[in-house]
Design a protein around this ligand. Structure first.
Ligand code: SF4
Length: 355
């Protein structure tokens, strides 16, 4: 059962507006790795992520030139954009001025109440939500002294920021409570989902290189999503952000929370007579370019066990020596020569999508 949270709208233009929380689809987020002020590179990266299925993009706003660049970036992209700001309220105001759709800033770090109020008033006027993003790495010192560096500390740190906004009658809030430790992350979000009704952006922070990050995020986000927790997700990786988006889609699809083409492939073994790995990689690259529909494709290394092992697949191939069997739902349809494996499978997938 999905835990119901408040519904929040991100973005003003109807073309890029997205609703999160409530019963809305879980949104996939990522963050650019370019210098935001380098508009051409930033737009190029966002457009690539957009094409892969990214629903919300965050950019770092490090200085005024970054903030000003948001206007030009926004004109060229079709998904809502979030400004990631640490401390400087002037950068928040400049980002709002440039048309930002959402701010990620912790009000308790801005400084005087007057500065906080200036930002909050502008957000109210322009209907811009604020994500309070609490990280173990930047835990509030007072909170740490009282509660320690643990899940409760993260929750209480978030609460401190939330209270500041609520006291200013601002409720357009999204929360994240990230640690690099998987179990702490899970616990913090579970407590937060009991104690707040704001939408939760879930993720493991500084999860590491792709291999490590995928495992960490798979465990933490998998557990949370299975418990109905999470309204937006980011799989943070020390890698090209396109892998964050692809991994998020894969995770959600495996939890039946997203429609996409899933590709299963066998690990290969001593029975394999075709070099399966490059074929699977080529097919995955192709699938990544296709629309998001629910379809199960299988690529198996042998004709003896392959079709049977992949009975649940909608379509698949089982390789033999210099040829492969094409099968649908475990039933063999035809035999194809080695060079024809990829083109035939691609065409069959396209036919099934168009149906
Ligand atoms: S499908 Fe065939 S080649 Fe692949 S792991 Fe199973 S037995 Fe081995």
């Amino acid at each position: 059962m999905r835990r119901l949270t408040r519904e929040i709208t991100i973005g003003k233009d109807s073309s890029s507006r997205i609703k999160i929380g409530g019963n809305n689809k879980i949104a996939i987020q990522s963050m650019t790795t370019t210098k935001t002020k380098d508009v051409a590179s930033t737009v190029k990266q966002i457009k690539e992520l957009e094409k892969l299925g990214c629903n919300i993009i965050r950019v770092a706003v490090f200085d005024l030139n970054d903030a000003k660049a948001i206007k030009e970036i926004k004109e060229q992209i079709n998904i809502p954009i979030v400004a990631d700001i640490h401390f400087d309220y002037k950068l928040a105001l400049a980002s709002i001025e440039a048309g930002i759709d959402k701010l990620r800033i912790n009000p308790g770090n801005i400084g005087s109440i007057d500065k906080i109020k200036q930002v909050v008033d502008k957000c109210k006027e322009k209907q811009i939500p604020i994500r309070i993003g609490v990280n173990m790495g930047s835990l509030d010192k007072e909170i740490e002294a009282t509660y320690g560096r643990n899940a409760r500390g993260l929750v209480e740190s978030a609460r401190k920021h939330v209270k500041i906004l609520e006291n200013l009658d601002f409720h357009d809030i999204v929360l994240s409570l990230k640690a690099s430790d998987v179990l702490t992350t899970i616990k913090a979000y579970k407590i937060a989902s009991e104690e707040f009704d704001y939408p939760l952006h879930i993720g493991v922070t500084e999860a590491g290189l792709t291999f490590n990050g995928l495992i960490k995020s798979g465990i933490a986000l998998g557990d949370l999503l299975l418990n109905g927790i999470g309204d937006t997700i980011r799989i943070s990786l020390t890698d090209d952000p396109k892998y964050e988006v692809l991994a998020a889609k894969e995770l959600l699809a495996n939890l039946n929370l997203y429609d996409k083409i899933t590709l299963t492939s066998c690990p290969t073994c001593g029975r394999t007579q075709t070099d399966l790995i490059p074929l699977v990689n080529e097919m995955q690259d192709f699938i990544n370019t296709l629309p998001n529909v629910k379809l199960h494709v299988a690529m198996m290394g042998c004709a003896v066990n392959g079709p049977g092992e992949a009975k649940d697949a909608d379509i698949g191939i089982a390789c033999g020596k210099d040829e492969a069997l094409l099968f649908k739902k475990g039933e063999i349809i035809k035999k194809v020569k080695k060079d024809e494996i990829i083109p035939t499978l691609k065409q069959e997938i396209l036919n099934m999508i168009e149906k």
